[in-house]
Design a protein around this ligand. Sequence first.
Ligand SMILES: Nc1ncnc2c1ncn2[C@@H]1O[C@H](COP(=O)(O)OP(=O)(O)OP(=O)(O)O)[C@@H](O)[C@H]1O
Length: 339
Amino acid sequence: MAIIEVEHLMKEFKIAKRETGFLGAMKGLVKREFHTKHAVKDISFTVDKGEMVGYIGPNGAGKSTTIKMLTGILVPSGGTVKVNGIVPYENRQANAKNIGVVFGQRTQLWWDLPTIESFELLKEIYQVSHSRYKENMDTFTEILGLDEFINTPVRQLSLGQRMRADIAASLLHDPPILFLDEPTIGLDVVAKERMRTFIKEINKERDITVILTTHDMEDIEQLCQRMVLIDHGQKVYDGEIAVVKNRFGKIRTLVVDLEQHSTPLTLEKAEVFKEETGRYWIRFNREDISASGVITQITQTHNIKDLTVEEPEIESIISRIYQEGFDGVEQPIPVKSGS
Ligand SMILES: Nc1ncnc2c1ncn2[C@@H]1O[C@H](COP(=O)(O)OP(=O)(O)OP(=O)(O)O)[C@@H](O)[C@H]1O
């Protein structure tokens, strides 16, 4: 059963054109000219109860604008949106009861208050019963170790602690839907793992529907079975992650700095695709060869000064989808620049 229904959703922003100089400013006072930014052009999808969906796209694709329409912050310019049967912008308060929201980049908590006081305020705002509040706090404290910092003001928390506090806070009122916007951004490996484990657990135990926005491929791979990929305000792909991962996620890039050598770099099962003053970018498929396999080949003829292995970024996966296309992808309509 669909808990989120989005149909032909659109959002345009009117942006005032600026003219330079004094005359331009004077003209602007008399008659303002606008141009239209199509942040979301025509997006449709549904999400079933209990699903965990990655809502993915490069910077400026229209992810936040979509999420803002789902949370009721923005009114669509066209199309329809329903969240748990409610039109969010028509009934923001009722919608707020159905959703929890976590932003990796900023906290929803009161900066100067001890963490526990933010929780208590949220309990009042959402009218959570005392017994339910206690049950939730006990569970979250156990899994997320909240007692470590519960009396510390939010401004003094580490990023990892802050994220643990934020996700607990978003779930105090038992929302059936959770929006997570970059929930692991800036966290170290251990803290990321902890966050992901918690997200998996609440999705499984409480059947919470999760919409996850992230640039972290690991987040997507570990948490979601399905992803909705958007670019330039349009849907590019909607389907299983495994398909995208199998097709595009196995490419790794090795960047090596080599000592000067007259022998050219020749490799098997790997390809040099860029070279700049002793630095080489080498692409390989991790199914055909491992990074160490490539490195071994290099060291036979060259001395390595430095190296890094890059995971594929969502941006590079999207650009490969554009270049190569694949079955199941709805080919996006080319977008004119400046639109
Ligand atoms: N209030 C606004 N007024 C004008 N333009 C806006 C506004 N909000 C967003 N935009 C523009 O709409 C487009 C989509 O923005 P949006 O924030 O939804 O992208 P995003 O996919 O969330 O990107 P990111 O990953 O960088 O957060 C961008 O070009 C952005 O500049």
